[in-house]
Design a protein around this ligand. Structure first.
Ligand code: GLC
Length: 430
């Protein structure tokens, strides 16, 4: 029970903040064709070395990144301290495969953490359990050398325990040298034949160490410890409804999503998602009691590319006026049925309900259920605080649809207001 109480506190800020930035940045920004390029193209360490040799993000400005995130309305960020390729953004004392040893020559992580903190964002570290570079990480089904018989043979000389020790040391370092870390985002386990899981990572021991070092840190659910983890991590996928526990309570969850499919910078990917669809995704998360962690893959010169910037600005502009329907909000109580073409969110502290109108109806929006009649006190548009009238509709119903179920209705202007997704803010009676 006690732990449960603690868990609630740990995730308390998270379920209020709702929107975060994921950053995938590593050597894979140079090939610029997916962060799994080493695996996909079965590239050897030797052939991958050219990316290390040429890594030099000379335009990198952490203050600018932090500003972009803050202006997009993001409240926290999670950055890949090390991805599957094994390259480390910080000056780890356990490896030379790190930013400080490239021609850039400087630690990348600390200035980023500091800049984001200065903008008031909480800090999350992604750490890849997988490591395709470490000499003792045995070649398995996901390894770039999986089909190389010679490399497979060398497994007998590899000792995964040495890798595990490295992993634990690095996590300790990350949780010791950078102040308070709010989220630890491990990625990922694939137990079973020719895979790796909790025994390889020594997940329980790892967890214990983490909790000792940073008792309040939130940890994701990818350590292969069933039932353990502070939040669920649906990836590139929106759950069709709020994920619930066995008691029917909404679980803490965060969808992680990309702009285009790849997490790392991918120059020639043209499947970038529409701005409106990204906005709907954010609203969808909150309407199901979840968070959105939206990813940017910065370029090899250290910048967010323009496509990402445009989208972040777009989201930020909407959130500037509509933050009240996102932050501190969650799924609406079930007595409030969601009107057609809309998504509902609800702020339990202020007792306000938010109708996000995704598809603009003609003049009237109808709401089903007695709760609306009993509890609505006042309604206004969120972007300009202009009243949305509740008058005159009963008369409409009496005359034109006398036999239909009585519906609560709001009178909308014929023309959709000039915002991406208009929101009606409803003040409910206490
Ligand atoms: C996957 C991928 C990885 C990405 C992650 C984000 O597990 O392996 O490239 O970092 O998803 O959730």
């Amino acid at each position: 029970m006690k732990t449960k109480g603690k868990e609630i506190l740990r995730t308390d800020w998270f379920v209020k903040d709702r929107f975060g930035l994921f950053i995938h940045w590593g050597l894979y920004a140079l090939p610029a064709r997916h962060e799994w390029v080493k695996n996909r193209e079965k590239i050897s360490d030797n052939d991958y070395q050219k990316y290390f040799d040429h890594f030099n993000p000379d335009l990198h400005d952490p203050e600018e990144w932090a500003r972009l995130a803050k202006n997009a309305g993001m409240k926290y960020f999670v950055i890949t301290t090390k991805h599957h390729e094994g390259f480390c953004l910080w000056n780890s004392k356990y490896t030379d495969y790190k930013a400080t040893k490239t021609s850039y020559g400087k630690d990348l992580l600390k200035p980023i953490v500091e800049a984001f903190r200065r903008q008031g964002l909480k800090v999350g570290f992604y750490y890849s359990l997988i490591d395709w570079r470490h000499p003792h990480y045995t070649v398995d089904k996901l390894h770039p050398m999986r089909d190389n018989a010679e490399e497979r043979d060398k497994n007998s000389k590899r000792n995964i325990k040495k890798y595990t020790e490295y992993l634990h040391n690095q996590v300790r370092e990350l949780l010791t040298d950078f102040g308070k870390i709010d989220i630890l985002w491990f990625d990922f386990s694939y137990p079973g034949e020719d895979g790796k899981g909790r025994d390889d990572w020594q997940s329980e021991k790892l967890l214990k160490m983490i909790r000792e070092l940073q008792p309040d840190i939130m940890i994701d659910n990818r350590l292969d410890l069933p039932g353990i983890g502070d939040f669920e991590t649906p990836e590139q996928f929106q759950p069709p409804c709020a994920p619930k526990d066995e008691n029917g309570k909404i679980k803490v969850w965060e969808a992680c999503q990309t702009f285009s499919g790849s997490w790392g910078y991918y120059r020639d990917e043209y499947s970038w998602r529409e701005k409106d669809e990204l906005l709907t995704t954010l609203i969808d998360c909150v309407s199901k009691g979840g968070n959105l962690l939206l990813n940017v893959g910065p370029t090899g010169r250290g910048e967010f590319d323009n496509r990402a910037k445009e989208r972040l600005e777009y989201l930020g502009e909407w959130i500037r006026q509509h933050g009240r329907s996102i932050y501190n909000c969650t799924q609406a109580p079930s007595e409030f049925k969601c009107p057609e073409g809309c998504k509902l969110t609800f702020n339990p502290d202020t007792n306000r309900l938010y109708i996000h109108i995704l598809s603009w109806p003609y003049k009237t929006i109808f709401m089903q259920g007695q709760a609306y009649f009993d509890k609505v006190e006042y309604a206004q548009f969120l972007h300009d605080a202009s009243e949305v009238s509740m008058k005159g509709l009963e008369e409409w119903q009496t005359h034109h649809a006398p036999d239909s179920e009585k519906l609560f209705a709001l009178a909308l202007p014929q023309k959709k207001p000039d915002v991406a997704v208009p929101v009606v803010e409803i003040f409910l009676k206490k």
